[in-house]
Write a protein that binds this ligand. Structure first.
Ligand code: SF4
Length: 308
């Protein structure tokens, strides 16, 4: 085992972790038109545009670009100034990206006979295509990529599996988690998780994060991340306490309400503001989410345990 492999909290059951994320993604995700195509050219255009511009705004520009230059051949044959003009008109950020895209289209035409290369290594030979974009195109067009590691993915891995802030370890962990031959759905899913659930301010419960039962941050309430150096503020601290309940129940077979309450907050008082009623509400939510089981004993006392 190398240092990189030892350095993070690899899940005991990676198959369950993978399945949960793919199911969550397939059940519901944001619809972007480039997610409905496997045309490498259209995907490359979307990736280059998305580097600097909010995804919602990219949609219109992407559609207009492809209407004007529907193929690499069409783009390669046009004047570079027209491509740069389009970039400026649509406020797409650095003009260099337009130049590189034009150059890449010419490379595909002249060096690859108009057929896109299919591996991340070859794709990186195209002008302006770095490791991230190469993997994204290889995955989304050809289902042939390595794991994509961007800021969103780093944040998720850091929080969920304690992956240290080190690019080599992030890459090892991301590839280790990715199921074989499923880079298209996997990379889409983990980026979606980082985009809609595990943002700088996480929305673990609201977004129904499928990794709550394994996530270290959810358990400990520490949601810092490489791009979130201080604890993000929430509307309330309910989420942290949910994490503490899960973390505490993991240590015991089951616990009665008051014992659990005292373990998760110092100001717990059975009849106080943060007492049994408050804790029952928290536990009922966790039970509704399938994370906890509640049992009522012969004298009406409630015990809680993790759902296994
Ligand atoms: S449980 Fe929360 S912190 Fe953990 S991976 Fe999911 S969204 Fe991120």
């Amino acid at each position: 085992m190398t240092d990189e492999e030892r350095d993070w909290d690899r899940p005991d059951d990676p198959a369950a972790v993978r399945e949960a994320l793919i199911e969550w993604y397939e059940d519901d995700h944001r619809e972007f038109p480039w997610r409905r195509t496997d045309d490498p050219y259209a995907i490359l255009v979307s990736e280059v545009m998305s580097q600097q511009t909010q995804l919602d705004r990219v949609v219109e520009a992407w559609e207009a670009f492809l209407e004007r230059w529907p193929t690499t051949a069409a783009l390669a044959a046009t004047d570079r100034a027209d491509v740069v003009g389009f970039w400026t008109d649509h406020s797409l950020g650095y003009n260099n990206r337009a130049k590189y895209l034009h150059e890449a289209a010419q490379q595909v035409e002249s060096e690859y006979d108009g057929e896109f290369p299919t591996t991340p290594a070859e794709l990186q030979e195209l002008m302006g295509v770095g490791p991230y974009t190469a993997n994204a195109v290889a995955s989304f067009a050809f289902n042939n990529g390595d794991a994509v590691v961007d800021t969103n993915v780093k944040r998720v891995l850091y929080r969920a599996f304690d992956v240290p802030d080190d690019d080599t370890v992030f890459e090892t962990a991301a590839n280790d988690l990715m199921p074989a031959d499923r880079s298209r759905v996997w990379n889409n899913a983990i980026m979606e998780l980082g985009g809609v659930a595990c943002g700088q301010t996480p929305r673990c419960d609201e977004a129904g994060c499928p990794w709550r039962e394994w996530c270290r941050a959810y358990e400990t309430g520490d949601f810092t991340a490489p791009d979130v150096p201080t604890q993000p503020s929430f509307e309330g601290s309910r989420r942290q306490f949910r994490g503490r309940v899960i973390g505490t129940l993991r240590e015991y077979d089951d616990l009665d309400l008051d014992t659990l309450g005292h373990r998760i907050r110092v100001d717990y008082a059975p009849d106080g503001e943060y007492g049994r009623e408050w804790l029952e509400g928290l536990l009922e939510d966790l039970a509704a989410d399938g994370l906890v089981e509640l049992e009522t004993g012969p004298n009406g006392e409630t015990t809680a345990r993790l759902k296994r």
